[in-house]
Design a protein around this ligand. Sequence first.
Ligand SMILES: NC(=O)c1ccc[n+]([C@@H]2O[C@H](COP(=O)([O-])OP(=O)(O)OC[C@H]3O[C@@H](n4cnc5c(N)ncnc54)[C@H](O)[C@@H]3O)[C@@H](O)[C@H]2O)c1
Length: 504
Amino acid sequence: MNSTILTSINPLTNETYEMPAILDDRKAIDDFLKKNGSKPVVVVQGLGFVGAVMSLVCANALTEDYAVIGIDLAREDTYWKIKSINKGTFPIVASDPKIEEFYQIARAKNNLYATYDPYAYSQADVVIVDINLDVAKESNFYGDLDGYDVNLTAFRKAIQAIGNNCKEDVLVLVETTVPPGTCQKVVYPIIKECLEQRGLNTDKFKLGHSYERVMPGPNYIDSIQNFYRVFSGIDKRSAVATETFLRTIISTEKYPLTELGNTNATEMAKVLENSYRAMNIAFAVEWSRFAEEAGVNLYEVVRAIRMRPTHKNLMLPGIGVGGYCLTKDPLLASWSKQSLFDSKNGLGQSEQGVKINDKMPLYAYQFMKQEVGVDDFKGKKVLLLGVSYRSNVGDTRYSPVEPFYNYLLDDNAEVFLHDPYVRHWEEKEIEVEENITQVFKEKLDIVAITTGHVEYKDSHKLMNLLFSQDKLFILDTIGILTEEEITKLSEKHIVRVVGRGDIK
Ligand SMILES: NC(=O)c1ccc[n+]([C@@H]2O[C@H](COP(=O)([O-])OP(=O)(O)OC[C@H]3O[C@@H](n4cnc5c(N)ncnc54)[C@H](O)[C@@H]3O)[C@@H](O)[C@H]2O)c1
């Protein structure tokens, strides 16, 4: 027997949880379900940014009363999410007040429980798959993408865990962003084989696909509950079951569902949606450089163009593309074309979009270096405002701020970090200050606004803090400062904005 006691630390509360030596949570699951009587049981697999919030939406379903069990892995880096949900702290920090509201309602109703035990699948009427499916990128320090790989091993294992435990008539609803072809060629055969091996009927289970469009941030819950959805089933029965379920959790009167012909189509819709956005951003990159060289304010130009209804979603300049989806989904699609549909060629343009976007932090950094006019930041104190990749939420996955930060360290800067939504920067394993007054106690040389958090927008507090410093170089990487703020700050400091060549 292994005598080492493993622990998992809750980054939100700093509590340390001892991991169970024997992974058996049956009694607690049975007790939870007993208290919930005859309610249909929904199990959400994966308690990350999507699954944790999806479990809240299911626990607060519109037309049904579900008993909801969230399941994640008993690993040091994930066990804390399970404990945290059961102990009273929701594991996602975001500016949407509905998250805490929904969580407290679920706690009061006692219809949400979290576990690591796959036994939960055996009790489920519906299993929602909200786990990650990663792309392993081979990139160098400067963001050059040399290659990538999609490994389905962990995803297959997760589906096997469902197949080895589920009821024969379960509805499995895949929400994970998957390479097109995955439900037909991977998920369906695995569940069928598992049921066969267990001597169960293989004609009764239903398999649906409905990708998540959740937007972490101020409208987190609404982006699931009050938003349009696309769905499909592996067969007609599955499509009907998927639609029936979705109608209980989504305001479909106001936001009608869209059914597509098969699961390949919905899987393709998701990665196409994100590839389109990634390419749209990549398109803005070279124009940002052009604007900087030509003395043009690209924000002003884009806003003028956006007045044309056909050009409303032209993108603005920025520090880069981060997060879990846009940085990988075009590659998932290209991989699928070659590996699941045996095509000789991938999706060249979409891959190129990712390559361009991956270089954005380097361009923003080079712009700063050129404008400061130094080769090195030795002896300089630099404050980064925001480490999250997205405004108003604490998500640092593939944040473009990470390479920007790395370049600063490489150039010998002393870097200070502030983010109201991130206390611990997991990828860098460092603490981040949440009190903005605290970071301004340092005598700074450079302040870069690196995330568009609401706390930095139209903020008197930030303006006062910036004015409290001696002459600074201020870099706005996302165009958050207003014209008035730029004019005022320029009286004392040097202000530059990525994508604006008109400020000198
Ligand atoms: N984050 C977003 O904004 C967003 C938006 C739309 C779609 N998506 C897609 O949703 C999916 C999930 O994304 P996410 O952001 O929640 O990822 P995440 O990494 O935050 O969460 C995934 C969770 O699944 C858990 N997990 C992995 N294997 C498991 C298993 N076998 N059993 C139980 N739990 C397991 C992980 O431990 C992790 O906690 C991805 O496919 C993503 O592309 C994400």
